[in-house]
Design a binder for this molecule. Structure first.
Ligand SMILES: Cc1cc2nc3c(=O)[nH]c(=O)nc-3n(C[C@H](O)[C@H](O)[C@H](O)COP(=O)(O)O)c2cc1C
Length: 169
């Protein structure tokens, strides 16, 4: 065994989970952000956590709206979803400019990404500052799925998005 960095550890656990986080902005639009650091956290009540850099725009929007959504997108959004992780919604409408289709969902507090494998919509229950990130605890308000859509995963840390094929792992 050898000493490694946390960034190297993230590559060694690849593929990692991936989702597009959607959140309502104070202006009433929907911001979209690429997120790999999310996890299930409780079955009863159904709860997930999402870890966001304290410098990003989405975290501010979660704090003001009190809700967020996680959409696991399908392969057709591979390029747009990666780009949603390289620019901030502070100065652009990412969904419109990157061509990420959104739709309203009954029972969800914000729009979700169309054509996804999974939608998890949450109400914010708690936050915890963790170093340079803030962990958002979301109690699930709605869970919807289309298992016929292949989901995207984060490969090589944050480097690439792709589906999981039989010979990949
Ligand atoms: C594949 C991928 C995964 C990412 N995962 C996270 C993450 O888990 N947490 C985070 O804070 N940023 C993550 N990012 C970076 C954010 O998506 C990026 O900082 C984005 O510009 C923030 O947008 P916003 O300012 O509109 O919120 C990821 C980027 C990529 C490409």
């Amino acid at each position: 065994m050898e000493q490694i960095t946390i960034g190297q550890a993230e590559k060694l656990t690849s593929p990692n989970p991936f989702a597009l986080l959607t959140v309502q902005t104070p202006e009433g639009h929907t911001n979209v952000m690429a997120i790999s650091w999310w996890s299930y956290a409780s079955n009863h009540p159904a709860t997930v956590v999402a870890c966001l850099s304290s410098r990003g725009y989405s975290g501010q929007c979660i704090q003001s709206s009190g809700a967020f959504g996680l959409s696991v997108p399908g392969p057709q959004l591979k390029d747009a979803a990666l780009r949603a992780g390289t620019c901030s919604g502070r100065n652009m409408d990412k969904a419109a400019e990157l061509g990420i289709p959104l739709e309203a969902c009954g029972g969800c507090s914000q729009k979700m990404v169309s054509g996804s494998r999974l939608w998890i919509s949450c109400k914010l229950k708690d936050t915890l500052a963790v170093g340079d990130h803030i962990l958002y605890v979301g109690e699930v308000e709605s869970l919807l799925a289309d298992p016929s859509v292949e989901g995207l995963y984060a490969w090589e840390g944050y480097g690439r998005l792709d589906t999981v094929r039989r010979n990949d792992c």
